[in-house]
Design a protein around this ligand. Sequence first.
Ligand code: SF4
Ligand code: SF4
Length: 270
Amino acid sequence: MILISMLVLGGLGLVFGLFLTFSAKKFHVERDPRIEKILEVLPMANCGGCGAPGCESFAEGVVAGKYPVNGCVVGGQEVADKIAAILGVEAEAVVPKIAVVQCLGDRKSAKRIAEYIGIKTCKALDLVGGDKGCVYGCLGLGDCVDACPFDAMYMGENGLPIVIEDKCTGCGECVRACPRGIMTLVPKDAPIYLGCVSPERGKDVSDVCSRGCIGCSLCSRVVPEGNITMNGYLPVIHYENVKNPEDLKPAVERCPTKTFVVRTLEKVNV
Ligand code: SF4
Ligand code: SF4
């Protein structure tokens, strides 16, 4: 009985082995050699910033035309140029980006309405509506920090995350991790950004946070036309239209709630 079982199993193994060998030969697809060459120039951070699940998929996708030649945010222009040379095409310019935290509702400024004792993640806290009066504000449990593959973030003592700009590659993992859409990528040379994402009207915002944007639109009226426009109660900065970063200074100075965060303008003493 044991002998028969062994023979049957051995026979089956042989048949399946032969079948697999035959299939591998019959359906073998030649891998495009350019994929290997692209993999050699990629930083292999596997961060997902390009939109692909990893560098290997990105390399295959670029060759297949699914991802742009300049899609690797970590590699920047240098890698885009190398990939373009491998594929024999022109590389488009890469605009380096950096992550910013669009909320200023720290422990002092934002009204707290509950004490949360559940699972310590922003996603879990968001599911129960958060613990702040502002339902758009940062939940402060650091899902973004945990998601950053480059250790470019940490939680500040005020309960808000902080981006270490020198380390941030603009991969966007923190943006994808934040359940409240507070993490945003802006051009690396953006002089200012808005520290609020609440679309509510002024009174509703100021009732729950002293640093939230009240939608007064003053900022949009004191800068050159097209630099800042209003989208409902929130201003939108059109970085591509800003000719001189100093043109944005009046917006920062006139904002009654000081909701703009100054980055490179510090160098010109706002
Ligand atoms: S902070 Fe980290 S996760 Fe966010 S864009 Fe920068 S490197 Fe990527
Ligand atoms: S920015 Fe978003 S992910 Fe990061 S701590 Fe705040 S709510 Fe959480």
